[in-house]
Design a protein around this ligand. Structure first.
Ligand SMILES: Cc1cc2nc3c(=O)[nH]c(=O)nc-3n(C[C@H](O)[C@H](O)[C@H](O)COP(=O)(O)OP(=O)(O)OC[C@H]3O[C@@H](n4cnc5c(N)ncnc54)[C@H](O)[C@@H]3O)c2cc1C
Length: 492
């Protein structure tokens, strides 16, 4: 966690904001766009008034930090340029920005980690609320609670919690945002033990479309709390998350066990049986990496995290290693936080990528064939295809207990193609979509956090029986659909 950022005083904030205000001295009004695509002009006086209210920053194109602030994952494909960016330092700043956007019906995006593969956390010519200055985690070990600021990254949470021998479910790449991941789901290495990230939420602080700052929890605004757990950013900007934590040992057994690509079908068949019977302590994803991968090789890999007893972990590894001679075996006893960082990318800005995912209840032989056969004729770029392990505690929750309804899944089927930032993407996307066509009949719904170009109808259907309740909530808290750049729920 960047503690210096978290504790910056308002005095320093004012100093940081000054150059921007000076740059606006002669600046003309700002061309922008409404949520429904109409051109509008924002008066520079109005923007200056907004800036004067904030502890945080307002950035305009041309500001030295504007490009950094608008950065999102998949930057090669997502080149959108907001008309202005607000970097809040607290819920009051968020509230001011939301009210400013609502007053002009301005297109509004909200960004935490910026990992949305389809760019839901950025916008072109609208207002971007960039939560990157709102980072910080405080752990209350006695209450087993982590209080997490709304712009924090997963690595912040893992590191601070594990310093107390505590953990909650987070995703597998530490520079992913807590915000987007938790509000849409949250799969990770301990989800089979402790449920999804959203299942571990105890309460949130949320700024709704009216600009109100509310607490939502089982005992207060309970329906709103229900909706935030799976409804994405549809109901407001979450400025604080309280997560329940669980005791867990720091040392787990983790790493990558990779077999040659020629064993892909055999390994996946074994996997389909083994994962279905695995204990909750074993997280066992299985992925084919081609041309580029976790290690610089091609092959079919188990991605392991065993957080049970050393004896149980050793027995599981004996089973997995009995399949043959691996081309890579990094599985060892290791620090959980280090494992959580092991998939981080050093130069995430230089990569373009395209992903399709779908939920899987059973890994059937036909699905394995489609997965393996589809790899043929790939366009010689980095390809990752396989299954992220779910099930366990995440599937022992009722479909209507939270807004996230997909509880009978065992895995997420995932296809990703990556390419260097300077390569023309269309042939890679076309290839992936053709491949995906053979996988999709074996899936049941999809992970909205990874949704790329789904239609409103597909999004509606994906909320299953929870849709009417979500639409009613949307009508109550965001009747004009101000928060629409997400897996959108229309006001009903
Ligand atoms: C490299 C990589 C690894 C991943 N690994 C996993 C994984 O292991 N498990 C998993 O479950 N998912 C994983 N994902 C998918 C991940 O859940 C989504 O990308 C998610 O959007 C990331 O959250 P973010 O805060 O970075 O997203 P952002 O792009 O910042 O936001 C995504 C959406 O959430 C909204 N939002 C974000 N923060 C807030 C907030 N505080 N209040 C209101 N709305 C908000 C945004 O407006 C936007 O609609 C991964 C994605 C990538 C790119």
């Amino acid at each position: 966690m960047d503690r210096r950022r978290f504790i910056l005083s308002s005095g320093l904030t004012a100093a940081l904001a000054l150059p921007t205000l000076r740059a606006w001295g002669m600046s003309p009004d700002i061309q922008a766009v409404t949520a429904d695509g109409r051109d509008i002009v924002l008066k520079s006086d109005a923007v200056r008034d907004l800036a004067a209210q904030l502890r945080g920053n307002v950035l305009l194109p041309g500001d030295p930090t504007y490009d950094k602030a608008r950065w999102v994952w998949n930057a090669q494909m997502l080149t959108r340029r907001p008309a202005l960016i607000v970097q809040p330092r607290g819920a009051a700043d968020v509230s001011a920005a939301v009210q400013f956007a609502r007053a002009s019906n301005l297109l509004l995006a909200v960004k935490c980690g910026g990992h949305s593969p389809s760019g839901k956390s950025t916008c072109h010519r609208g207002l971007l609320i960039d939560l990157s200055l709102l980072r910080g985690v405080r752990v209350d070990p006695a209450q087993r609670l982590a209080r997490v600021a709304g712009g924090s990254l997963l690595g912040d949470l893992d590191r601070e919690a594990m310093a107390h021998g505590l953990v909650t479910t987070a995703g597998t790449v530490s520079h992913t945002g807590v915000g987007g991941l938790t509000l849409g789901g949250g799969f990770g290495r301990v989800a089979r033990r402790f449920g999804l990230s959203l299942d571990n939420l105890r309460s949130v602080e949320i700024v709704t479309a009216s600009g109100e700052i509310l607490r939502a929890a089982p005992d207060e605004n309970a329906e709103l709390f229900w909706g935030t757990r799976g409804g994405g950013g549809n109901f407001g900007v979450v400025t604080g998350f309280d997560f329940g934590l669980h005791p867990m040992q720091r040392q787990v057994v983790g790493g990558v066990l990779m077999y040659p690509l020629s064993m892909a079908r055999q390994v996946m068949r074994f996997y389909s049986e083994y994962e279905a019977a695995a204990p909750d302590e074993l997280y066992l994803s299985c992925a084919i990496a081609s041309n580029n991968d976790f290690s610089g090789r091609s092959g079919i890999a188990f991605l392991v995290c065993h957080s049970g007893s050393p004896q149980a972990a050793a027995a599981a590894m004996r089973d997995l290693r009995a399949l043959g001679k691996p081309v890579l075996d990094t599985v060892t006893t290791m620090d959980y936080v280090a494992l959580q960082r092991s998939g981080d990318l050093d130069e995430k800005r230089a990569i373009g990528s395209y992903t399709k995912t779908g939920f899987v209840r059973r890994i059937e032989p036909g699905l394995i064939d489609a997965m393996v056969d589809g790899l043929a004729e790939h366009p010689e770029r980095a390809v990752h295809v396989g299954f992220q392990h779910v099930g366990g505690a995440a599937s022992r929750i009722a479909a209507d207990a939270t807004a996230f309804p997909h509880r009978s899944i065992h895995a997420t089927a995932l296809l990703t193609v990556d390419w260097p930032g300077d390569v023309e993407p269309s042939k890679h996307i076309e290839w992936l979509l053709k491949y995906w066509g053979a996988i999709v009949p074996h899936t049941n719904g999809f992970y909205t956090n990874d949704a790329t170009e789904e239609t409103q109808k597909q999004l509606d259907e994906n909320y299953l029986g929870n849709l009417p309740r979500l639409m009613a909530l949307k009508k109550r808290y965001d009747p004009t659909n101000l928060f629409r750049l997400n897996a959108n729920v229309r006001p009903g």
